[in-house]
Design a protein around this ligand. Structure first.
Ligand SMILES: [Zn+2]
Length: 724
């Protein structure tokens, strides 16, 4: 026993000497992201209304503050009731430019930092604590917090490929991100910036350069950089769809990729970059995309070089040109790194869980000389963004990070808040090893980055199936949490903290409820398809003559003739009642479970809506999505009622089907209306469609979401007509 006490004493002396503390803020107080070190101090805490004024010591502007602190007037430093902010460049602790030290006692608070960033983050932490004091009617405990981030570039992704949110939603999002100490947004413009130098490219409702510059300044006041992303060599349909640019395509019939050896390619890209730079004044980075280029090296200009020097040389030529441009314009280029790894033969080892350690080692042993041979062609001013949206523990992925480091190239990592299938409710499986999904993967890759001394991360939010932006926030905030404190909270602790900070609620079974909602999404994806789901390209794409963007288009005739209803399940055959119900027993059983569970889940969501103190829109959206996805099981069960030998029952069933159709139309109208509160739900009529294999590019309004319903309801209408 004595020995234990002695050991504890020694341990706590060591901890206090190293400046760290294992202490945690007592419940209910929480700061997201988790601060590095908290020491509780004896004595009464700080009551919610104990602070009366703010004083600034040093030459700096009063920081932008949250709704509680911003109300305090200016006053004298270090007095009772004063929040004193001190900027002192000579401070050595904490050793980060973004760090701060905050001392909270019953009648005053002091925040000291080397510069304004640290002061800003200290104020964000204090705001969160005061919010808890107000929500739970308890004083903030007296304490000293020493805090700093582990990663220095903490970015989230706004991808507006297939939709655009309202400008005020972006402003609100900046405030929300700043609260969690995110310090960059990679804004992937696609055609949603009103480019001046290439005016064809911007969509009719795009954001003007002045509007984006204003958002950039607003974000900078909150210590967030907007990093523009303009896709380059591949992913260029939003540019190359215009016939005026047809001459720059690598293959004349293919919108996807530019020719890397055509000078016109650089004239267009550099014009877009110049506009993107004008739209983000003062930003440090320029993301030049560069992933999934597809087929280059095929045109008469490129073929000889591809054959003689290889594909890697050809794509590095493009990379060199765009990186030179970035350097001349005072920006650090960021580049998705998959193409060189593909061309070096090591790519599969970075993502596939089926590649064993031995196989990964073998492919890197063979691939490294290929990459090294061209090492001098890898631009040195470029940030190589290693993307992996799983747990990112594949041996080849780790070898890639090591290769960059050992070759003196700077790498950052990109994880994802939204996996395939997150169109309504997100898949979320914690601690399932490599099979995990959701925030496990975010934490896992960030932890790996921090172990490898990588200083930057981006939490991507791909728009391929264009979920509502609110779907991303739990993941965005998780990326803020773990990039600041990679080894801080457990996943469960994170969920409690996220719910408290975002909504001021607690919910002990968040994951269980989410997983039940998620089951309903899965049924909705699959409900009307014979095989697969609306998430599969093969099942879903109606507007494309061919799925693969690199294949030439079929003649129009064939496109018109294809009957997409053949992919959907047939309707009950009343000549043979019961057959249909037996055939689709599995999805009908799932439908029964969904309909039975509906009320309970709806109650839980509406309880959250009613008790949330902020961001209630999130729960309103969740209720809308839940009601909407439940239309599929209801319609299937109504069809089952018709599938009956009893004629009266058939008649009743028909009425049920008609009601289910009306219910679907109402739920859809509600979804459109709730979506339209934050985003434009359709393009203006003069928009030139940008169609390719992404599901959300299949229509110029939201109807790509309900392609199967549109077809199936058409089938039902005919079928009902035939029964008369
Ligand atoms: Zn070419």
């Amino acid at each position: 026993m004595k020995r234990n006490i002695l050991l504890t004493l020694v341990a706590s002396i060591i901890l206090s000497l190293s400046g760290f503390s294992t202490e945690k803020l007592p419940a209910p107080f929480k700061i997201v992201p988790q601060p590095q070190s908290v020491s509780l101090v004896k004595g009464p805490g700080l009551e919610f209304n104990a602070l009366r004024r703010i004083a600034l010591k040093g030459e700096f502007k009063r920081p932008v503050m949250g709704s509680i602190l911003s109300q305090l007037p200016a006053g004298k430093a270090n007095e009772k009731g004063t929040l004193t902010l001190t900027v002192d460049e000579s401070l050595t602790s904490p050793g980060s430019d973004e760090g701060y030290i905050m001392t909270i006692s019953s009648d005053r608070v002091d925040i000291a930092a080397r510069n304004e960033k640290g002061i800003f983050y200290g104020c964000q932490s204090l705001e969160q604590l005061l919010e808890d004091a107000k929500d739970y009617k308890k004083p903030v405990p007296a304490c000293k917090i020493t805090d700093y981030p582990v990663l220095s570039y903490r970015a989230v992704h706004f991808d507006v490929k297939h939709h655009l949110d309202h400008m005020n939603y972006y402003y609100e999002s900046i405030d929300r991100l700043a609260r969690y100490k995110i310090n960059a947004v990679v804004f992937e413009f696609e055609d949603k910036l009103r480019f001046q130098r290439q005016p064809l490219v911007g969509a009719p409702q795009s954001i003007s350069i002045d509007e984006m510059a204003a958002l950039t300044r607003y974000a900078r006041d909150r210590h967030i950089e907007i990093t523009p992303l303009v896709q380059g060599l591949g992913h260029a349909t939003f540019i190359l769809k215009h016939e005026e640019y047809a001459g720059l395509r690598e293959l004349i019939w293919n919108n996807w990729a530019f020719c890397p050896l055509h000078e016109g390619t650089y004239q267009v890209l550099f014009d877009l970059y110049r506009d993107a730079i004008d739209a983000t004044p003062g930003s440090k980075y320029l993301h030049i995309g560069g992933d999934e280029i597809g087929n280059i090296g095929l045109c008469p200009r490129c073929k000889p070089m591809a054959e003689k020097e290889g594909m890697l040389s050809l794509s590095l030529y493009w990379l060199k040109r765009v990186c030179e441009f970035a350097a001349e314009n005072n920006r650090i280029p960021i580049f998705w790194d998959d193409m060189p790894l593909k061309q070096g033969g090591v790519y599969e080892s970075t993502w596939s869980d089926e590649v064993t350690t031995e196989e990964a080692e073998k492919s890197w042993k063979e691939g490294t000389p290929e990459l090294d041979k061209l090492l001098t062609d890898f631009p040195k001013n470029c940030v190589y963004m290693r993307w992996n949206y799983s747990m990112a523990r594949q041996p080849g992925n780790i070898m890639a990070l090591d290769w960059y480091k050992s070759r003196g190239l700077k790498a950052m990592i990109a994880t994802a808040t939204n996996t395939e299938g997150g169109m309504l409710f997100q898949p979320e499986e914690l601690d399932k090893g490599l099979e995990s999904s959701g925030i496990s993967t975010i934490r896992s890759f960030i932890q790996l980055a921090s172990q490898k001394d990588i200083s930057g991360m981006l939490c991507t939010a791909w728009d391929d199936k264009s979920p509502h932006m609110e779907n991303y926030w739990r993941g965005f905030i998780a990326s803020a949490e773990f990039s600041w404190s990679p080894e801080g909270r457990s996943l469960e602790e994170y969920d409690n903290a996220w719910l408290q900070k975002e909504f001021g609620i607690s919910m002990n079974d968040y994951l269980a409820i989410n997983n039940q909602l998620r089951k309903g999404s899965e049924l909705w994806y699959e409900a009307y398809y014979k095989k697969g789901s609306r998430l599969d390209d093969e099942a879903a794409l109606q507007s494309l003559p061919r799925l693969e963007h690199w294949l030439p288009a079929l003649p129009n005739q064939e496109k018109i003739q294809f009957d997409y209803t053949s992919k959907l399940i047939e309707l009950p055959d009343l000549e043979s009642p019961g057959t249909w119900s037996r055939k689709y027993k599995d999805r009908l059983d799932r439908s029964v479970a969904e309909v039975e569970n509906y009320k309970l889940l709806n109650t839980r969501l509406s309880d959250n809506y009613n008790t949330s103190k902020r961001n209630r829109y999130y729960w309103e959206l969740a209720m809308t999505l839940h009601r909407f996805q439940n239309t599929a099981p209801r319609l299937l069960l109504a069809l089952k009622s018709v599938d009956n030998t009893d004629k009266d029952q058939q008649k009743k069933g028909m009425e049920e089907v008609k009601r289910a159709v009306v219910e679907f139309r109402n739920a859809w109208a509600e979804l459109e209306s709730v979506y339209s509160r934050t985003r434009f739900v359709s393009y203006p009529s003069n928009y030139i469609p940008d169609r390719y294999f992404h599901l959300a590019s299949q229509s110029e309004d939201l109807t790509w979401m309900i392609q199967p319903e549109i077809l199936y309801l058409g089938m039902i209408e005919k079928w009902i007509g035939n029964q008369k």
